[in-house]
Design a protein around this ligand. Structure first.
Ligand SMILES: Nc1ncnc2c1ncn2[C@@H]1O[C@H](COP(=O)(O)OP(=O)(O)OP(=O)(O)O)[C@@H](O)[C@H]1O
Length: 267
């Protein structure tokens, strides 16, 4: 419908015309109405929460039961098509599968960035000692104390003066300072060279200790120790098991491992 509201919300050519030629007081009134309507908007996810379970204490148990999902902007493209997976508190679980099969979408749903289409999901003061403890866990403390001003060293906006591996380890420390029960790792080492990857992976393995961890990885060597590996394809879980069980199955995971070994030996 061609209303002024829609024109403003949808950003049509009419908006430009309206804002170019309407008197300032009228423009201000429309703009403030629009701002108020944005402030008062209740996200769908909150409406849903009123009926759903509100989680008071997070124990680190994740369960997807027949979860279907499509992105709001792409109604006719199903991304998840009946996902069933369970991660028990403290387990380290990996998601693997071809590009675009829906791995990051699963993490987005756990973080409640989107509402599922069908199915269901379950519902300080920081001291210097706390800071140093998490930096030790993240394998970055030694590096920081070696800097000219230790923890007070200026590292530039967004850590521009740090290497990729150092930034990753600081990101791990930032995650750990809140003592989370769940760690969600989406390709946490993918942008690193193999030396930095080893250091960051060591930090991640230490951080995962005693926490429920869901890791997405293309480099399969990093998740072979996972308690369960879910192998996804076309928005579905096709295989699940330990590294050894999946190798014995000789299915998709086995093929992925073979391909990766072949790729590495061709480097
Ligand atoms: N914000 C979005 N809006 C619409 N479609 C999206 C959005 N994000 C992802 N998609 C689509 O959803 C599908 C699954 O994407 P997702 O990022 O979950 O895949 P992935 O398995 O993590 O891929 P990769 O291994 O390449 O990171 C893809 O087809 C993608 O194009």
């Amino acid at each position: 419908m061609f209303t002024v509201y829609n024109a403003i919300v949808m950003g049509s050519a009419f908006t430009g015309y309206f804002f170019a030629y309407a008197p300032d007081t009228v423009k201000a009134k429309f703009a403030s109405n629009y701002i108020m309507s944005l402030l008062e908007r209740v996200p769908n996810i909150d409406i849903w929460c009123q009926d759903g379970e509100k989680i008071k204490t997070i124990k680190g148990h994740i369960k997807f039961s027949s979860v279907h999902f499509h992105y709001p902007t792409r109604f006719n493209i199903p991304v998840l098509q009946g996902i069933n997976l369970e991660v028990k508190p403290g387990q380290y679980v990996a998601l693997v599968g071809p590009s675009g099969c829906g791995k990051s979408t699963i993490i987005g749903l756990i973080e409640r960035f989107y509402q599922v289409t069908n199915g269901c999901l379950p519902g300080q003061n920081i001291t210097q000692n706390d800071l140093e403890k998490v930096c030790q866990e993240a394998n970055i403390h030694e590096f920081i104390v070696g800097l000219p001003n230790s923890y007070d060293t200026f590292v530039g906006g967004k850590g521009i003066q740090l290497s990729g591996g150092q930034k990753q380890r600081i990101a791990i420390a930032r995650a750990l300072i809140r003592n989370p029960k769940i760690l969600l790792l989406d390709e946490a080492t993918s942008a690193l060279d193999s030396e930095s990857e080893k250091v960051v992976q060591k930090a991640l393995d230490a951080a995962a200790h005693g926490r429920t961890t869901l890791a997405i990885a293309h480099r399969l060597s990093t998740i072979q120790h996972a308690d369960i590996i879910f192998v996804m394809k076309d928005g579905k879980v096709h295989e699940q098991g330990t590294h050894q069980e999946l190798l014995e199955l000789q299915g998709i995971y086995y093929m992925m491992i073979q391909r990766q070994h072949l790729g590495e030996s061709n480097l």
